[in-house]
Design a protein around this ligand. Structure first.
Ligand code: GLN
Length: 475
């Protein structure tokens, strides 16, 4: 059996091209881990039936002299990214057994590189949640401690990578759904700049916040996938070419900003705080200049996210009405059809957010909630613009705690929302952010990973990659 622990995309590619092992051997190794572990972890909602054909096709490409770095690489894909002819459900009953009628641009770009998609991964329903407990198809467990959540909403993708059931995976991030599960599972998770990766074929949650990105084992692997999936896409009118941003470098030395507000965050685990402070010291030892900064409006990020996001959710999810897609329940008349279909098809959290969103957009409340949150969004963006005049990157912990217990927050939405305190800001502002493993903390005899988040100006993913690689010792 191959040594999966140390295998990365880069290394797998070298071995595949040197014929040290075949695409089939590589895929089978991952599948055997799936067979052994996934009954317990439940990272996947479906393992695809056509892996053999995908494998054969990739091997042919290699035999013909193909050299691209992703040929034959076994990947997992979150269940809200479409591939034509394959099932896709956003982990919702309302789309159970729904088959995609077109392919997402990101998935197509990877298919064009001859990756092997092993299967689709579990998630919080329609990407709403931070623990994967909101899936209509069962919870995913954290491979580091199966009594704990893997984070969410891309919990299945993170658990698959962390558990050796895929070499890397695609996730989506609206308020932290790539970074927080990556941090809980000990992976690298990249949320690219809003607009740099096409949203075409991603099921919409909050359209002004959503972005697709990779969950991987190394920063280099995240960069490899990012470079393949980015690019302006005419099918997504909000997408941009990555060179629209001229990233200004401040000087010779990279300056990393530490927002003083972070250390004052209520509810932050002491071990997370200690780990964060140690990480700052390590960065300074690595030669980075550390600067204390202030983002005075960041304290309103979470509150404004939980207004803007449900507002967008309520309009995006209006399309699931029993007529256009998926499940349909027949009532006495059209209204009853809608009520029955949506009442039965959506889970509790989806219904909660649709109601919240409808409320904040309703006449009479629109100004008090939606407009105010939009105004705060601009203030936060301005804080970032100012700070990025003097620093190249900003760091925070990725999440205020390590992975929590399954069931611990499931019935307390507010405490679940508080887990997003450090991640939502990057989505509100649209800047790129990465979560990088920063150590472990012992809890009840198990070692739980922690994550460090770096944010950079729009289009400055390269700063995240270079600092991240240095921090992880990849350089
Ligand atoms: N946990 C956040 C939420 O529940 C983020 C979700 C996401 O990024 N899709 O909204």
């Amino acid at each position: 059996m191959l040594d999966l622990k140390n295998l990365t995309i880069r290394k797998a590619n070298e071995h595949l091209l040197a014929r040290d092992f075949s695409v089939e051997e590589l895929a089978n190794t991952f599948l055997s881990v799936v067979n052994e572990k996934d009954r317990d972890i439940h990272a996947y909602l479906e393992i695809y039936k056509d892996i053999k054909e995908q494998v054969r096709h990739a091997q042919e490409k290699i035999n013909e002299g193909g050299k691209n770095i992703l040929i034959g690489i076994p990947l997992a894909i979150k269940d809200n990214i479409l591939i034509k002819g394959r099932k896709v459900s956003a982990a919702s009953k309302i789309l159970e057994n729904y088959t995609a009628t077109y392919t997402a641009t990101t998935a197509q770009k990877l298919i064009d590189k001859n990756v092997v998609f092993l299967g689709r991964t579990n998630m919080d329903e329609f990407a709403m949640g931070g623990s994967t407990e909101n899936s209509a198809f069962g919870v995913t467990k954290n491979p580091h401690d199966t009594s704990r959540v893997p984070g969410g909403s891309s919990g299945g993708s993170a658990a698959a990578v962390s558990g050796g059931m895929a070499l890397a995976a695609l996730g989506s991030d609206t308020g932290g759904s790539i970074r927080q599960p990556a941090s809980f599972c000990g992976c690298v998770g990249l949320k690219p700049t809003y607009g740099i990766v096409s949203r075409y074929g991603l099921m919409a949650m909050g359209s002004s916040l959503d972005v697709i990105g990779p969950i991987t084992k190394t920063v280099e692997d995240a960069e490899i996938i990012f470079n393949v999936i980015k690019e302006r896409d005419p099918k997504d009118s909000t997408s941009l070419s990555s060179d629209v941003y001229s990233t200004k470098k401040k000087g010779e030395k990279i300056v990393i900003g530490v927002p003083k507000e972070v250390l004052e965050t209520p509810g932050m685990d002491v071990d997370v705080k200690v780990n964060f402070e140690n990480s700052i010291r390590e960065l300074s030892t690595l030669g980075y200049e550390i600067k204390e900064i202030s983002l005075p409006n960041i304290k309103y990020s979470l509150a404004s996210y939980y207004i803007l996001m449900p507002a967008e959710v309520s309009s995006n999810l209006a399309r699931f009405d029993g007529v256009k897609y998926g499940m349909r329940k027949e009532g006495g008349d059209l209204l009853e059809d809608y009520l029955l279909t949506r009442g039965e098809g959506f889970g509790k959290e989806a219904r909660r957010r649709i109601m919240l969103g409808t409320y904040v957009l309703s006449s009479g409340y629109y100004d008090a909630y939606y407009n105010k949150a939009s105004a705060i969004r601009r203030l936060i963006s301005r804080d970032f613009e100012k700070v990025f005049d003097v620093v190249d990157a900003i760091i925070t912990p990725t999440a205020p705690t390590p992975a929590f217990k399954i069931g611990e927050k499931a019935n307390d939405p507010l405490s679940m929302y508080l887990a997003d305190i450090f991640t939502v800001t990057a989505n509100i502002v649209g800047v790129p952010a990465i979560s990088i493993p920063s150590g472990e903390v012992a809890r009840e005899g198990k070692n739980l990973p922690l994550g460090l988040q770096f944010m950079a100006p729009h289009g400055a993913e390269s700063t995240l990659f270079s600092v991240g690689k240095k921090f992880l010792g990849e350089l």
